[in-house]
Design a protein around this ligand. Structure first.
Ligand code: FNR
Length: 184
């Protein structure tokens, strides 16, 4: 049975390294898996007043999360945390109360920065939120991409061999983790 992965980028920037990283994961999707990059830029800002009549974009997000076997969360680092764009999507997916679409999903967290120091803070703040959402983060391999500006060509394609290898390892671990959780 194929494993459906819903992937999210925490950056809306056209030339985002984070989105390029998700696309690199998509390009290396192994047999037996599929990856969809879910658009989150059109979601309204979280607002409980909208919960009585959930906006179509929120309903679409929740449907895609519910249909996924596993989640890939990719985030830039903003002030040593993950991005509000991603938080907004996580918050909407968790609402209304008692209807948490993220519940029980295996998840791989990847983060990136164009600098040498960074990405760790973003990923670990995100891990904290996974606890309350009752998601199951992959522990290893950890995935922090530093120096992201030098790892993609002019067309946005990943050129770094080590990162290609890391993506393959992460894919293999996420699939094994998802299958293991299915056997519960
Ligand atoms: C940043 N950036 C940044 N980088 C980092 O390594 N650690 C950090 O704490 C921050 N903080 C931060 C805050 C805000 C508000 C912005 C806009 C940016 C720089 C950031 O890593 C860089 O702009 C990346 O290129 C953003 O990711 P995308 O858009 O390329 O995916």
């Amino acid at each position: 049975m194929s494993i459906k992965v819903a992937a999210f980028s925490g950056s809306l920037r056209k030339e985002s390294y984070t989105t390029k990283l998700v696309k690199a994961f998509a390009a290396q999707t192994p047999a037996g898996a599929e990856l969809e990059l879910v658009e989150i830029g059109g979601l309204p800002l979280i607002n409980q007043d909208l919960e009585q009549n959930l906006p179509a974009s929120v309903q679409a997000l929740k449907a895609k999360v519910a249909a996924a076997d596993a989640i890939l969360l990719a985030t830039p680092e903003y002030n040593r945390s993950y991005s509000p764009v991603l938080k907004n999507a996580l918050d909407w997916g968790s609402r209304p109360g008692g209807q948490n679409s993220w519940n029980d999903k295996p998840v791989a967290i990847v983060s990136c920065t164009p600098y040498t120091l960074g990405a760790f803070g973003a990923a670990h703040h995100l891990r904290q939120v996974m606890v309350f959402l009752n998601m199951h983060p992959l522990q290893q391999p950890e995935f922090y991409l530093g120096g992201a500006a030098d790892k993609f060509d002019a067309d946005g394609k990943l050129t770094d061999e080590m990162t290609h290898k890391k993506i393959d390892e992460t894919w293999a671990a996420l699939i094994a983790w998802t299958e293991r959780l299915r056997q519960k």
